[in-house]
Ligand binder design. Structure first.
Ligand code: MG
Length: 325
């Protein structure tokens, strides 16, 4: 009997403004995942003359599909320096496990022609019936969303829920985690989403505004808290945290995903990208103070509603924690 294990190495490439996910398979009888390498000249991470980049395993998941394990990696240059595309390295040194994050990842499933599922013959009837909808004509892609949820849970990624979203073919899942693993989990959950949708012959579009006009865009609302916010909060504390984030609003927006100006218009449950505001229960604000937090004697969390669906979670958590700690 062979001791061989199938390991699926996953990393982020060098594409801009946001990286794409890459993966390849290693068959090994090593007990732990060894460092590995890849051709960086094919991923915008190296020149052809010196093309080797190094994969450093940083987080391991049980493989819910084909492989035994999913291995999330950081990328280093051939000389073992942190690669410029490696946004995780900086976040790791800032974000401790005291910080908890809940990402609300929104996205569209797309069909053969690149249009959202259900849009193949043109725009569907106006928004209204689709959010948390049920029944043919009201929802598209549910089987894929359910397969994705099961796979994430089996991998050890804590999805806390899913729902059909406001536009037809649009979905959301919520992904909870602590410290840097929260962002690792979000990237690996995206990886599994692409891969499972691939099995159905379906694409995934995480652009923040795939359809202009009176259609919701896709965001990645980021809920966050630290120990003090959870257990020793006050109205003053929460206001001061929001004010601090407001002072670096422009810097935050620059890190919160490209084309986010198409989504943050002040309509469709968003605040304008030019403005910063916060408020209790306010879904038109940049940051929402949940009613849960207020009713819990100002112990709870905040929701940053600005990040786009295509944002790099390593950049988001680095910005929030380095601003507030
Ligand atoms: Mg949503």
């Amino acid at each position: 009997m062979s001791d061989n294990k199938i390991l699926e190495y996953i990393w982020l490439d060098g594409y801009q403004p946001e990286p794409s996910l890459r993966s390849k398979i290693k068959v090994t009888n090593d007990d732990s995942a060894p460092n590995w390498s890849f051709d960086g000249s094919s991923t915008q991470q190296a020149e052809g003359g010196s093309s080797d980049c190094i994969l450093i395993p940083v987080q391991t998941y049980k493989g819910p599909l084909f492989s035994d394990s999913l291995i999330m990696c950081e990328v280093q240059n051939g000389d073992h320096d942190v690669h410029p595309s490696n946004t995780r390295a900086a976040a790791t040194s800032i974000v401790s496990d005291e910080w908890w994050f809940g990402f609300e990842q929104e996205y569209f499933f797309t069909g053969d022609n690149g249009e959202p599922l259900g849009w193949e013959d043109g725009a569907p009837r106006a928004q209204g019936d689709y959010y948390c909808g049920v029944g043919a004509g009201n929802v598209e892609g549910r089987d894929i969303s359910e397969a994705h949820l099961e796979a994430c849970l089996e991998a050890g990624i804590e999805l806390t829920g899913t729902n059909a979203e406001v536009a037809l073919g649009q979905w959301e899942y919520q992904c909870f985690g602590k410290g840097i693993k929260a962002a690792d989990d979000l990237w690996v959950s995206r990886y599994l989403l692409y891969k499972i949708a691939e099995d159905f012959g379906v694409g995934v579009n995480i652009h923040p505004k795939p359809k202009t006009g009176d259609w919701n865009g896709s965001g990645m609302h980021t809920n966050f808290s630290n120990e003090e916010m959870r257990t020793a909060g006050s109205e003053d504390l929460y206001n001061s945290l929001c004010d601090k984030l407001g002072q670096v609003h422009k810097e935050g927006i620059a890190l919160y995903g490209s084309d986010n100006n198409m989504r943050l218009t002040g309509l469709h449950e968003t605040q304008s990208i030019e403005k910063f505001s916060y408020g209790v229960s306010d879904r038109g604000a940049s940051i929402r103070i949940p009613i849960y937090t207020v009713e819990n004697n100002w112990n709870g969390y905040l929701e940053d509603r600005r990040p786009a669906s295509n944002a790099d979670p390593y950049k988001i958590i680095n910005h929030i924690v380095s601003t507030l700690k």
